[in-house]
Design a protein around this ligand. Structure first.
Ligand SMILES: [Zn+2]
Ligand SMILES: [Zn+2]
Length: 204
């Protein structure tokens, strides 16, 4: 029997999609404390919902080719903190952060915002890595992951990249256009002032 897919949705329900069979093996459950993840949530007015008291953003890293939009793709937009930075995707209908990708398709990488996901069974299991603990003011609030956890995560990401490379699946990224791997939506780059004002809000 085919397993029911994991679903995701923006807050207003316009943007919806699904992810194949999320399990602890097929996904990496992470938290990220970097100022960009939190600043992205602040910029969209979503920090109260998405950044917890320890400064953590709850994220799920999955293979890009396992993700599919089922509606509202036209409302999916991206922004960047700088022109060379990763792409941070959101649903423009209701300013819901959706996740992030690199600006090109290889190596294949995608994280999704956990808050938008519903798991029909099981799901990804507990957090396996807390990233960028050193970027929050009260560092003791974050339990920093050790070197072994970092190596394990890198090995899992490398294995995903190899599997995607060998199978050709790396070309299949719903966030990025197939023609040349460019972002499918217009990407807005925040001004340095917009970035700084989002980061400043994190300190209060
Ligand atoms: Zn929406
Ligand atoms: Zn981050």
């Amino acid at each position: 029997m085919k397993k029911a897919p994991t679903k995701f949705s923006c807050q207003c329900g316009t943007v919806q999609g699904q992810i194949d069979n999320v399990t602890p093996r097929s996904s990496n459950h992470l938290t990220c404390h970097c100022k960009y993840c939190s600043g992205f949530a602040v910029h969209l007015g979503q920090a109260d919902r998405l950044v917890d008291d320890s400064g953590a953003n709850d994220l799920l890293q999955v293979a890009p080719w396992s993700i599919r939009f089922t509606s509202g793709q036209d409302s999916v937009k991206a922004l960047q903190f700088s022109e060379k930075g990763p792409l941070r995707w959101y649903a423009s209908c209701c300013n819901t952060p959706l996740g992030g990708t690199l600006s090109r398709r290889f190596p294949p990488f995608c994280v999704l915002v956990m808050e938008n996901l519903t798991f029909p069974n099981g799901g990804p299991g507990p957090v396996i890595f807390n990233a960028f603990c050193d970027q929050i003011a009260e560092k003791e609030r974050c339990s920093k992951s050790g070197k072994l956890a970092a190596l394990r995560l890198l090995a899992r990401l490398a294995s995903q990249a190899v599997r995607g490379g060998v199978s050709g699946n790396w070309r299949d990224n719903p966030f990025l256009d197939l023609a040349g791997g460019r972002a499918m939506a217009d990407v807005k780059t925040l001004s340095p002032e917009q970035g700084e004002s989002a980061f400043a809000a994190l300190l209060h």
